[in-house]
Design a protein around this ligand. Structure first.
Ligand code: C2E
Ligand code: MG
Ligand code: MG
Ligand code: MG
Length: 292
């Protein structure tokens, strides 16, 4: 005999699974259309240089604003597209949108700011990302230094030599390459040793545990110091409090990003990022010496 509540639970569970599978199929089948109909958008989140407090870059983050399903989160569509080996299409689209927006900023005489885009290690299995992105930069008549490539820390299963080669090629083509979500995988330290990243983004898990346990600040500090000695820049993701920022500045973390400064926003929906009512200034590539 099955109790009533169990039946309810069972049907709820299968409904849930069915809906999940249907959404999955929808995402896979509608990607191309969503790209051509501009349902895929790039939102931007500011990256702040800790020493000056100025905006030195912005990260482009994908949003899928679907007429049928509403706003889809990257947490849902990224893994689905990744598994379907279609993510490269979205990633190339976000690169195109970011390049377009750099041009629009120029036309509107807004401060020129570099954009970073996320790519997945699986993208390399689908196409020649270095050539595809370089081609788009040329078509936009922009310099590759305007676009930063973020790659998530590798996990097992990818050919390390192959990835190393792709990073080398990105460098050769004039791009900076950043490692995203550093510290969440299992191979952080050999990644530091073997791969030529210009910057590591310390995963927000580290930053958000700040102050919650005794070991955490020691680990963050030592990672920043080690990166510095290796000639690699550091960025702290997910900063939300003054306390985190003060600590990160003290230990010499180069760059900061998080809700404390701004949330990802659509181009022009929020032209000025303000902090305590004061607009943050941009490091303007046209008016200041260009730093990395
Ligand atoms: P990520 O690249 O590590 O991006 C940072 C994520 O953390 C973003 O979530 C951002 O909104 C969120 N975030 C930033 N600051 C804070 C903070 O202070 N507190 C909290 N709680 N969260 C913060 P989002 O936009 O939902 O993106 C999630 C992930 O999806 C990204 O993580 C990235 O791995 C992936 N993703 C997003 N767009 C793309 C894309 O165009 N291509 C690829 N391959 N992956 C993407
Ligand atoms: Mg990222
Ligand atoms: Mg990240
Ligand atoms: Mg992350």
């Amino acid at each position: 005999i099955i109790k009533n509540s169990e039946i309810e639970y069972y049907s709820f569970y299968t409904e849930d699974l069915k809906e999940k599978l249907e959404r999955k199929r929808y995402i896979i089948e509608n990607l191309d259309q969503a790209i051509s109909d501009n349902y895929i958008q790039a939102y931007y989140q500011s990256i702040i240089r800790s020493s000056t407090g100025a905006i030195c870059a912005k990260e482009a983050l994908a949003r899928w604003n679907d007429p049928t399903l509403g706003m889809l989160s990257p947490g849902e569509f990224i893994p689905v597209l990744e598994e379907a080996k279609l993510l490269y299409k979205l990633d190339l689209r976000i690169a195109e949108l970011a390049l377009q927006d750099i041009k629009r900023r120029k036309e509107l005489h807004l401060p020129i700011v570099r954009f970073s885009v996320n790519i997945s290690r699986y993208d390399f299995e689908c196409c020649d990302m270095v050539s595809e992105i370089s081609k788009r930069v040329r078509d936009a008549e922009l310099s590759p230094e305007m676009l930063i490539i973020e790659i998530t820390e590798t996990v097992q299963g990818i050919d390390q030599e192959y990835l190393k080669e792709q990073i080398r090629r990105f460098h050769e083509a004039g791009f900076n390459v950043w490692m995203d979500d550093f510290g969440t995988g299992f191979s952080s330290l050999d990644v530091l040793q073997d791969f030529d990243f210009d910057l590591i983004k310390l995963d927000m898990q580290f930053i958000q545990s700040f102050g919650l346990n005794r070991k955490n600040p020691v680990i963050i500090k030592k990672l920043v110091e080690m990166a510095y000695e290796l000639g690699i820049d550091t960025l702290a993701e997910g900063v939300e409090t003054k306390e985190q920022i003060q600590f990160l500045k003290e230990i010499g973390c180069d760059k900061l990003q998080g809700f404390y400064y701004d949330k990802p926003h659509a181009f022009m929906s929020k032209p000025e990022v303000t902090l305590d009512g004061v607009p943050l200034k941009y490091e303007d590539k046209n008016t200041e010496p260009f730093q990395t």
